[in-house]
Design a protein around this ligand. Sequence first.
Ligand code: SF4
Ligand code: SF4
Length: 440
Amino acid sequence: MEKFYLNPFALLQTANDKKVLFLTNRDDLYFEIEDSNHPLFRAENTGDILGLIPELEDADRQALIDEGVIALTRFERKQLLEDCYQKLNLTETFRLMIFPTLNCNNACSYCYQEHENQPRMELFDYNAIRALVAKKIDQGIKVLFFNIMGGEGTLVCRDLAKHIQDIRELCEESKVEFICSMTTNGRLLRKEQIARSLLDAGVKSFQITVDGPAHIHNRCRPAIDPQADSYDETLKGLLTLKKIGSQDLVCTIRCNHTLETVVEENLEEHLKSMAGHFSGDERFVFYNVMAADLGGEIDGSILVKGSERRKKLQEVNQKTVDMGLTLKQDTGLPNGRVCYAAMENSIVVMPGLKLKKCSVELNDPINDVGTLLDDGTLQLNDNLKKWIGENDVPDNKCTNCRVAPICHGKACPYKSIIKGEPVCPDVKLDGKFMIRNLSK
Ligand code: SF4
Ligand code: SF4
């Protein structure tokens, strides 16, 4: 038999008594082997595939050749990775994240920011942002991702909506697609006028956090005003979006799970409440994550730790689906775990026009990458290189990694800078299947 080579991005997993074979650099290939008499059923891990090739029937062997799983010549790993990364289309898209204000009407326990007496964007900030967008349009972008972060943007909604509309119109005049999203605690969206102004301005998607049932949410995400019921107002905000949002609205409901929220009765109470309102409405998608210590005042003892995190996440996701709720699409697809902070076409603008790459670690000087000038020029400093690095996976622990096309060693450039080597993501490839061996 001829000598075959295995695609460096082939991955074989055992899940639910099946063997699943796919290529991590493609999202359109997925073999499931259920027949226990099939030779590949005996493969314990990816490396066993080549040894079983001689036992395959000709048609099966040919299928693996045709799909690029095996070949008679060595695969060009570097080229395959580059081809995959190119699909991010970094020259025709631009991601602009703005913090219209750093003030917030919540005081979440895990929040890393101060909540009051913080700066907000003024007209000169918005004028510079507009000039930057105009420059990018001149440079030929086809899509602008415009993300509103915070702080709590709804606190400055009147100004903000006007400027969102202005940027949207600028894009529309040049036939540039404008995709606008907003991360908000959702409380002020209960006021229909505020929700409508943002929707009308062009915000198409929202991310709103509900950290479990009311008694947990209100402890984790209390309102600064002790009279206000944060959970109730957030829920009302979600229901306003449900009522007035159009069919193309996307509202991600995030839950940061802790040892408390994953307790069966708490999880049941949370999901039952959500299902009562949003089951069957696919505009509302559920994004479960395990809470992490982001430098706020979170009690470390309530965090789910170690290997339990993946297990619990799987259980919570399964329960979410069982309740008839729509789960956020996983990101275990090619390029799905490349953080925007590692991409050269992405920038964060703060009030006062300081530039950052990461929208989370705002206080670390490593995240100061320059200043946006009045005329829209990005004046960038040497820190930028630390975030972007090279486009190909660096010659290090990623060199033989089978899931490199998913993260390219860029899953969290911040952690990677701090650690001095790429930090692996907790990759999930499918609602049911987790990658067991992230590398090699
Ligand atoms: S660099 Fe890390 S912390 Fe910052 S946004 Fe990306 S994944 Fe999050
Ligand atoms: S960071 Fe980890 S998962 Fe990503 S390419 Fe490198 S070794 Fe693989």
